[in-house]
Each structure stands twice: as C-alpha cells, then as structure tokens.
Design a protein around this ligand. Structure first.
Ligand code: SAM
Ligand code: SF4
Ligand code: F3S
Length: 501
C-alpha cells in the first residue's frame, strides 16, 4: 500500500465506549500508515464519522455531522469521507442517497480494513460498502491504543445475544463471541508494559464473556450462579470471574492499578462475580475497581418484562445489597429508560423508588426512542414526548439530590485518584483564587476507584497523568469532588511514594 505520509485524519465519534475504543483503533491503524491526527476537520485529508444508532437523536447527530463535512468537498477535490460504526453497519448504501458526496461506508466488524478502504478511494473507487459481519466463530484481536495513555479500553467480546426489545445493538454488533482468557491476559500484560495503569474490559454484556470457549485450563469457577439460579450455559466454559482473577494474578500485570469493566446485564451478574468485590484477604480480586455499572432500565417489573430484560427488580436489589455487604464503599451506576411503551406514572414512580433504595452514584437516563426493526418498535409508542421529557428531567433532578448527599459523605476522606489530565473547565480555579495562587494554578482531574471524578490543585512541575495521587476531599457537588494533595496522611504514604518517584 502506498504511504499516507503527510496526510491527516479526523474522526468524529458518537455513542458508547465501544465506539470510543473503535475510534482509537482506527486512529492507530491510520497512524501505522504514516498519517497524523488533525485537530480540525479543515486540515484533514481523511474524515471518518463513527456513528451510533442507539436512539434516533444519535443517528441525527451523525448525519448532521456528515452534512457539515460536505462543505469541505470542492468539485472532485477535498477530503475522503467515510461513515462507520453502528450507523454504517445498519444504514449501509442508504447513506449515499442523501449524501452523494460520501465516499464509502463500513461496519463494526470491518474497521481493521480502514487503511485499505481509504486507499481504494484514493485509487478512484467510490460509493462502496464494506459492512459484512465476520461470520467466524472465534474472536481474536490485539488492542491498539493511540499515543501514550495510562488507561486503555480492552475489548474482550463483541456482539450481544440478549435482544432486549427496545435495543438496536444486537443488529449493529452481531452475535456474541469472546476472546480467550489467555489472549486477553497477554494483551493486558503488553499494555501494562507500555505504561497503561488502568484497563476497562469492554463488551455489551461482559458477564456472559467466555460463552463457547472451552475451559481447557480447568479454571474455577467452572459454573456460574446468581440469586435467580444457574447463569447461562456456562459449565465447562471460560467465564468472566475467571478472566478477572487471571489478570489480577498474572505477574506480567503487576504494575496494573485498576481493572474496570462495562457493561453488564443483571441476568448474568453472577454470585461469583459479586464475590470478586470482596476484600483481597477474603478472596476478592485485589485490583478490581470498587465501581459497578449495572444497567437496570426500569424500576417496574411490568416494564422490565415488556423490555425483554428477563430479570426482576427484587433480584437486582438483592444483588446490590450483597455487593454492598462485601464492598461497602462501592460506587454504583446504572442506565434507565423512561417512557417505554405502556409506562404509567405508577411504573415511573417505581423507578424513582429504586433510586431511593439503591442510592446510585450516577445514572444515565434516556427517553425511549423506537428503533426500526426491534420488537418494541412494533408496540405503540404511547407515552407522549412531553411526558417522556418531564419524567426524564424529574429523574435526573431527583438523582442529583441523592448524589449530592453521597458525594458530600466523602468530604474529609483521603482517596486515591488516578490522574487523567488537566481539568478542562476552570470553575474550580475561579472559585478558589487563594488555592490557585498557592498551587501555581494547575487543576488536575482524575477518578477514584469507585469512579468519582476528583479535581484538585497541584504545583507539581511534572505531568501527573497516569499517576496515582492521594487527595483529601474538601468539597463535593452532585457530579464531582474537589480536594487537595495529601502527602502527610500515613494511609496515603504508599501512594505518595509512587506519586513523587
Ligand atoms: N449492553 C449495555 C446494557 O445492556 O445496558 C448497553 C446498551 S446501550 C449501548 C446503552 C443504553 O442505551 C442502554 O442501557 C439503554 O438504557 C439505552 N437504550 C438502548 N436502546 C434504547 C432506546 N431504544 N431508547 C432509549 N434508550 C435506549
Ligand atoms: Fe442492548 Fe440489551 Fe444487549 Fe444491552 S443487553 S446491548 S440493552 S440488547
Ligand atoms: Fe451506539 Fe453502537 Fe454503542 S448503537 S451505544 S455506538 S454499540
């Protein structure tokens, strides 16, 4: 393939972490060909839109970005433009109809061929679609990160077999299949050797990881159970708790600080996975972050049933209670949909009650959006848009009040923060000019193990990105915490040594 030296690419990403990870992969593949990232689409010779189809609004966003990029095309010249991700996978050649200036479309399983597709366009081909699902039964890959990062997303599986009635993802990401444990552990070890200190294991439903992969090494547990009973057809196959333990115990991963994962489904959320959250002295996974994102979608069993979720709210609450017993400080987050067909005020009230009962740190709430081709799209979308919106606003406001209380309970504590970068907005600085003066003015941002955002001042002349820093929490809002570097506390000494070295 001829080189792409001196060429620049710009990728616009929409959607979930899976798309974010895919964008990083695409960027890395193009960089391997000699291309550089452009900050601005005006400077790019290749523009890619990595689109999301989960709600109608998300699709509109991708299409309107595409519409804007058309103005960069000038009479046969201008950048090469491609659409990929879930929008490319689903809409394929339909996209050319409204956007004839679009050069090519690709899908979620074909992004590894991106350099080749760009090359085809450079050779004069246009309007082609490369979006077939990979029909092989195995899933094998190597994570690609773009530039130095202390954190990395690691895809451990793809696809989803759950077919919740409202959801388009099984149609955009295909059938579930998992990498092997050995492959993932080696991949993580390689990332750790490059300086990665936190990994997020990615899949639409990571608790069903391992389905179809024989447990050839005889790892335990060999079967999974949850409070409902046996989970999935898993006897004799690899599973997610085995993967967590394998990463945690591998000497090559010794410098890894935290293991996160997302997303999970309550039906496959096994007792064995909950046990991983126990203190290491009681058999838990030492580096598993004390955070869980477990989407519940609704507090009403009637709605859950129509959503095809196959779990009941009582089971979900029992899972959360057991988790808190083992890990009292665990941070919990969830996804919720309001205005699903037939949802009454009483159903919605049950969702509010669930917030009171579980005390989430954070929620991601959405108004139901019918997705063509799903089972729910055949139901009458009978909750008016105005009501959906009112419920959404009420839910978010209600949650902020809960989070304000839980976040405030952290004030005075010293928490370990993995620094992600400099804080983008300087509200904190403006509100505390004295601290700014003392610190030299730099505000850093990072996350605690329980996934709370912490902003703090530091006068360190070096970059703190990727460092684990002990922070004494001084202020809290419903969205983030603020604090000061704490070097005195004995409890923080271990971390402080690492911070200063
Ligand atoms: N696999 C994950 C799960 O099971 O939760 C993530 C699914 S999806 C990428 C992220 C969230 O989008 C879902 O949890 C759900 O709350 C929301 N969502 C999915 N389809 C939707 C729809 N048709 N309308 C509104 N929200 C939707
Ligand atoms: Fe969608 Fe349900 Fe699969 Fe999550 S588990 S991706 S909500 S079908
Ligand atoms: Fe969207 Fe696809 Fe993720 S539909 S939410 S980008 S899996």
């Amino acid at each position: 393939m001829p080189s792409f030296e001196n060429q620049r690419f710009f990728i616009k990403t929409f959607g979930c972490q899976m798309n974010v990870a895919d964008t990083e992969r695409m960027a890395s593949l193009l960089a391997d060909q000699g291309m550089a990232a452009a900050e601005d689409p005006n400077q790019a010779q290749v523009i890619i839109i990595n689109g999301c189809s989960v709600r109608e609004k998300a699709v509109h966003k991708a299409l309107s970005a595409l519409g804007e990029f058309q103005f960069l095309k000038k009479e046969g010249a201008g950048p090469i433009i491609g659409v990929g991700g879930c929008v490319g996978q689903l809409d394929k050649d339909k996209l050319f109809k409204n956007a004839p200036y679009l050069d090519f479309v690709f899908g979620t399983d074909t992004l590894d061929n991106l350099p080749e597709m760009v090359h085809r366009v450079r050779n004069g081909e246009r309007h082609f679609v490369h979006a077939d699902f990979d029909k092989s039964l195995d899933y094998s890959t190597e994570t690609k990160v773009f530039g130095f990062k202390a954190q990395a997303f690691v895809n451990i599986m793809k696809g989803c077999d759950k077919y919740c009635t409202y959801c388009i993802v099984p149609y955009t990401r295909g059938k579930e299949k998992s990498r092997t444990i050995d492959e993932v552990v080696s991949d993580v070890a390689r990332l750790v050797a490059t300086g990665v200190r936190e990994i997020t294991l990615l899949g639409q439903n990571v608790n069903s990881f391992g389905k179809g992969n024989p447990n050839v090494r005889g790892r335990v547990p060999s079967e999974l159970h949850n409070i409902i009973g046996k989970v999935g057809p898993r006897a004799g196959e690899e599973n997610f708790p085995q993967l967590l333990r394998a990463i945690d115990q591998d000497p090559r991963c010794a410098d890894l600080q935290r293991i996160r994962f997302t997303s999970s489904h309550p039906l496959d959320f096994s007792d064995e996975l909950i046990e991983c959250y126990a203190p290491a002295s009681q058999g838990g996974v030492a580096r598993l972050a004390t955070h869980l994102h477990l989407p519940v979608q609704s507090g009403s069993n009637a709605v859950l049933q129509k959503m095809g979720r196959h779990h009941q709210i009582e089971n979900y609450i029992a899972q959360m209670d057991r988790l808190r017993e083992l890990s009292p400080d665990v941070g919990l987050s969830t996804d919720l949909i309001v205005g699903f067909p037939t949802e009454t005020d009483a159903d919605f009230q049950k969702t509010i009650e669930l917030l009171d009962r579980v005390q989430f740190d954070n929620i991601y709430a959405f108004a139901y959006s019918p997705r063509p081709g799903t089972r729910a799209a055949k139901m009458k979308d009978d909750v008016p848009a105005k009501v959906k919106n009112e419920r959404l606003v009420h839910l978010l406001n209600y949650q902020i009040k809960i989070a304000e209380k839980t976040y405030a309970s952290r004030i005075g504590k010293v928490l370990e923060v993995l620094v992600e970068g400099e804080a983008k907005n300087d509200k904190l600085m403006r509100s505390q000019p004295e601290a700014q003066k003392n610190s030299g003015g730099k505000v850093w941002t990072g996350r605690t193990s329980c996934n709370r955002v912490v902003n703090f001042f530091s006068d360190s002349p070096r970059s703190l990105i990727g460092k684990m820093v002990p922070i004494r929490i001084t202020k809290a809002t419903g969205l983030s915490l603020q604090g000061e570097v704490e070097l005195e506390s004995l409890a923080a000494e271990r971390v402080a040594n690492r911070f200063l070295s």
